[in-house]
Ligand binder design. Structure first.
Ligand code: GLC
Length: 527
């Protein structure tokens, strides 16, 4: 029964990229007081928790994913006091707050790294991953950075290399060192004590690297034009067996508090992803499932993913689904604006916890960024491959005014030119808008136990139509989603249409077949 589930099983998560949500101090960058001002949007939408991308002090080489103090707030975003106020304001509205936790690497300006690079004898030396050059000079092995080039940075003063999975400004912490481990786990306590409801853990599957520093093997499937680090298989730099011990330790810290959630960012195939629930479900409660981001938008392909994922879940593990985030092209740009409505219905009716990326509720598109306004190091380091993540990180348009109600000055990234028509306030007043579809689907989900705790069955594809059933006791719902551009007629058990992506037809009876218009999705209750 839905009543027995935890809030993170019943609820819907909403990711906020804080730089782009609401600016209140007129620097063109969103901030914590801005999020507080806009919390009612989350309530109005009907979500349950906000995951906020990093807000910590940072030189912003990777826009906050390069942390220089885990227990503070970047002045750009506000103060610790603002964070406390945000937590309180959220809780007063029955919303939860989930912070981003970035344990794999710090900023090279973090005091730990400044110490670590001082000398080979410094007590902090072993907090990071240092290695002598290869016997004939050069980097110790062939490991590559996710942002291009070797993952080894030479520290000339001490003659050793340090490992960085990402930018050279983001040295990897050494999680094999007990003191590092202790300090990093304590960071969790710091925020849990302040009332935070959970964490999304950055690159959780990458935390531990091979202790023998073996070369990664070449990737026989490498396609030129893909990111250069794909030339190797990350056999020795990610998904190492020892990582699960650390996940369990993090989880144990959270379990000493009530009702907290551990979410992991993990890009792995399904069979490996599900191991992050932990051997005794003592790992992440929600290892993020990115299958729908990574796969083609096809009924057959998605039916297969749902079946494979459901079958792979360990007993007692709770599923989850994600359609977008700050690292991936916007949903409506990937699959088209018409299909974004179908995707909304899919996300909110599949079994498991959905995560909505800010702006998806109004169908925000990728914004093309003029070359001189590019911010993201992923684009700057490997230009022209389409790796830049700025397009999906632009400010959310709240209204049609200059700077879209986001700021009173020019924002840090351009606002989409479509904001005059596509904005929260315009969609609020349009009953058939995507925003109102999200609101209605979220409201329906909230009051329909079968959509929350019901089972999922009969997952199948008929042409371009994906169908599945959600069942709880005698309550049976069929979800039929037309992922194609043409109308489709499918056989359908007798029932009543509860909701269509096209807003009409509610209450219509279905006798034995259903006609779906192009890009139409329908939820029906079986009789
Ligand atoms: C994660 C974040 C991404 C960041 C990277 C390095 O993948 O989502 O934005 O650049 O980690 O921290």
């Amino acid at each position: 029964m839905a009543a027995d589930l935890k809030w993170w099983q019943r609820g819907v998560l909403y990711q906020i990229y804080p730089r782009s949500f609401q600016d209140t101090n007129k620097d063109g960058i969103g901030d914590l007081p801005g999020i507080i001002e806009r919390l009612d949007h989350l309530v109005d939408l009907g979500v349950d928790a906000a995951w906020i991308s990093p807000i910590y002090p940072s030189p912003m080489a990777d826009f906050g994913y390069d942390v220089s103090d885990y227990c503070g707030v970047a002045p750009l975003f506000g103060t610790l006091g603002d964070c406390d106020r945000l937590i309180a304001a959220a809780h007063a509205r029955n919303l939860k707050i989930i912070l981003d936790y970035v344990p794999n690497h710090t900023s090279d300006q973090h005091p730990w790294f400044l110490q670590s690079r001082r000398s080979r004898k410094n007590p902090y030396r072993d907090w990071y991953i240092w290695h002598d050059p290869a016997p004939h000079g050069g980097p110790p092995n062939n490991w590559l950075s996710n942002f291009g080039g070797s993952a080894w940075g030479l520290d000339e003063a001490t003659g050793q290399y340090y490992y960085h999975s990402f930018l050279k400004e983001q040295p990897d912490l050494n999680w094999r060192n007990a003191a590092t481990r202790h300090a990093m786990l304590h960071v969790l306590n710091f925020w849990l004590d302040r009332g935070v409801d959970g964490f999304r853990v950055d690159v959780l599957w990458m935390l531990i690297k091979d202790d023998q520093f073996r070369d990664n093997p070449p990737n026989p499937g490498y396609v030129p034009g893909n990111p250069s680090h794909h030339r190797l298989l990350s056999v020795y730099t990610a998904n190492r067996p020892e990582v699960h011990e650390i996940v369990a330790e993090m989880r144990a810290v959270l379990d000493a508090y009530r009702n907290r959630v551990l979410i992991g960012e993990i890009y792995l195939p399904i069979n490996q992803l599900v191991t992050y629930y932990g051997a005794d479900l003592n790992g992440a409660q929600l290892p993020f499932n990115f299958q729908l981001i990574e796969s083609a938008w096809s009924a057959e392909g998605i039916a297969e993913i749902i079946q494979k994922y459901e079958a792979a879940l360990p007993p007692g593990a709770w599923p989850n689904w994600v359609l977008g985030n700050h690292d991936k092209s916007r949903l409506a740009s990937r699959i088209g604006e018409a299909q974004a409505r179908v995707a909304a219905m899919m996300l909110l009716t599949l079994r498991g916890t959905p995560t909505i990326y800010y702006g998806e509720e109004i169908g925000m598109l990728d914004v093309s960024i003029p070359p001189d306004e590019i911010q993201d190091p992923a684009e700057k380091n490997e230009p022209g491959l389409g790796l830049g993540r700025d397009p999906e990180r632009t400010p959310i348009p709240w209204d049609g005014s200059l700077y879209a109600g986001f700021s009173r000055v020019k924002p840090w990234l351009p606002i989409g030119l479509d904001h005059l028509a596509r904005n929260v306030s315009a969609q609020h007043t349009d009953p058939s808008s995507l925003l109102n579809l999200y609101r209605q689907l979220l409201a329906l989900r909230r009051k329909t136990p079968a959509l929350i705790s019901g089972g999922i069955s009969n997952v199948s594809a008929t042409g371009h139509v994906l169908t599945y059933q959600r069942t709880l006791g005698a309550d049976k719902f069929t979800i039929s989603l037309n992922l194609g551009r043409d109308a489709q007629q499918i056989p359908h058990a007798a029932g009543t249409i509860i909701r269509s992506t096209h807003f009409d037809h509610s209450g219509h009876a279905i006798a034995n077949n259903l006609v779906l218009r192009p890009a139409e999705g329908v939820i029906s209750k079986l009789t």
